[in-house]
Design a protein around this ligand. Structure first.
Ligand code: 89V
Length: 349
């Protein structure tokens, strides 16, 4: 099999992990990087011994026609980067959030469909080992039909130190973290029919909201609450762990601190710990997320090669973004927002 030649657009914080995560997989080469700040591109190329280094995607394409783009640029540049990929018919993987509003995301998906290229979204939270395991246990139906779930991600980890641009976003926690959490909600429990959201900005030196509280009603009637915060000081700071508690007719499943999963039924409670691997290139403070990048890539690679089905296609991600931008609308209007199914009915994954 000839190696898949990947070009990375954007050499910021996440590229330091997404590039080595690609290199964990067989028959993959990162052949070039580009960044408007050439020094950054050069530093990244040197760090990972990547042969091609460019200041723009256009100059990269002129010399190296890659098999796929991994777009790791900031959200406002995603439409432009995806348009370049579509124009040159180069399959694209785009960082989350795909776009800063729903209509733009829809247009990007349409553009790639017209160009006949796959568009995938790098959505990694659902690939965290404990979340995968939770999903597996849920599928065994040991707890029967779930009727309620709670998802908590409440932290005061200084995210802005590594990603200062997050401070400048008018829409922060829902678009950056909520997009992951709502994707996990869909992965575990299916589609939502409506939602209610409340947001707050607690830290005064940032532009967007850093606290969000959501209530979703799922198609099967299940209620899911999500509590998200980057302003919560707790006894044990466990960033970037997500805690999930699911109640079913026959029992409950809990993903708690330190990767413990507890399954409780009438026969008692069974517990097992599911820590994810620690890669040498990972930042230990983000190890859980960084390990999930490898599994996310593995799945997208299967989709690109046609040897499997990519889970987080652009089309699939539209449903997640409907929830994210529906949540902003709900918070603004103080209203329950129904999920519009008709606008996505023409799209099959
Ligand atoms: O994974 C991410 O998107 C990060 C963080 C975990 C901080 O939300 O931005």
């Amino acid at each position: 099999m000839s190696p898949l030649r990947i070009a990375v657009l954007g050499c910021g914080f996440w590229s330091r992990f997404q590039i080595p995560a690609w290199l964990e997989l067989p028959d993959v080469k990162v052949v070039a990087v580009s960044d408007p700040v050439l020094d950054r591109a050069q530093a990244m190329a040197e760090r990972f011994r990547i042969p091609g280094c460019y200041q723009s995607p256009e100059s990269l394409i002129e010399e190296i026609h890659p098999d796929v783009f991994d777009i790791i640029t900031s959200p406002e540049t995603h439409p432009k980067m995806v348009a370049i990929a579509a124009t040159h018919r180069i399959p694209a993987i785009c960082q989350k959030p795909l776009a800063s509003d729903f209509a733009t995301a829809l247009a990007m998906v349409d553009q790639c469909r017209s160009a006949g290229i796959p568009l995938f979204v790098h959505e990694n939270f659902r690939w965290q080992l404990p979340i995968r395991e939770l999903h597996r246990v849920l599928q065994t139906e040991q707890i029967g039909s779930p009727f309620r779930a709670r998802i908590d991600f409440n932290s005061s980890f200084p995210v802005f130190e590594n990603q200062p641009s997050l401070k400048e976003l008018d829409q922060f926690i829902l678009a950056d973290l909520g997009v992951h959490i709502l994707d996990v909600v869909r992965f575990l429990f299916g589609e939502a029919t409506n939602l209610l959201c409340h947001t707050r900005r607690i830290q005064q030196d940032i532009k967007g909201e850093d606290v969000a509280t959501l209530l979703l009603e799922m198609e099967d009637g299940m209620a899911v609450t999500c509590n998200l915060s980057f302003a919560s000081r707790t006894e044990y700071e466990r960033f970037p762990e997500t805690y999930i508690f699911i109640e079913g007719e026959q029992g409950s499943i809990e993903l708690g601190p330190d990767f413990w999963i507890r399954v409780t039924t009438k026969n008692g409670t069974q517990s097992k710990r599911y820590p994810s691997p620690l890669y040498s290139w990972a930042d230990p403070s983000y190890a859980l997320v960084h390990a999930s990048i490898v599994e996310c890539h593995r799945n997208l690679l299967e989709g690109l090669r046609g040897s499997g089905t990519a889970e987080t296609t652009g089309v699939d991600n539209l449903r997640t973004l409907q929830l994210v931008y529906g949540a902003y609308k709900s918070a603004l209007l103080h209203e329950v927002i129904a999920t519009d199914r008709t606008e996505l009915s023409k799209y099959a994954n």
